[in-house]
Write a protein that binds this ligand. Sequence first.
Ligand code: ADP
Length: 188
Amino acid sequence: MKYYVLFGPPGAGKGTFAKLLVENKGYYHISTGDLLRKEIAAGTELGLQAKDLIEHGNLVPDEVVCGMIRSEFASNPDVRGFLLDGFPRTVTQAEALDKMLAEIGASVDRVVSIHITDEVVRQRIKGRALVENRADDADDEIISTRIRNYHEKTEPVINYYKAQDKYVEVEADGTIPENYAKVEVLVD
Ligand code: ADP
């Protein structure tokens, strides 16, 4: 079983590339953002808890997302491998993932990091707000909070995986097909 992490700031294109990788390579895509939005839409207790945090651009507690990941692994035993999109987003989550995988004799194969500048993050998110109708995409202040949270809480994950020699970065400064090609060669 392969485990790939698609890493990068909000709006980097992780979801877009994950969908293409599912079509071309047959992996199972887990997006913690999508899972959380489903919980919100279904009005579950978890969804209610997450809604306010997400709409203000803050992260959902580590235990919550780790629990979702664990149950996704457990309910998909027969897939070729997993593409993790939007997880891990903190060093605590990265440590929890390593522990979860160690329990089943597995480990992260590679972290593919999609790099774009903060300025591009802003443009992309605002463009997406028009299409996807996400409350956390429409407001400048919330976008700033997300960018700040990314630098403070998520970027430290880079060194965590560099230390394990698993981190590879792609400069996503081209068209979608050009950027995707750079990502695809890094995934078996
Ligand atoms: P984006 O990558 O564009 O920020 P996502 O769909 O990945 O969008 O995430 C949307 C929101 O869901 C995040 O801003 C955060 O509030 C919450 N979220 C998603 N994944 C995680 C995670 N691994 N840990 C904590 N919060 C998360």
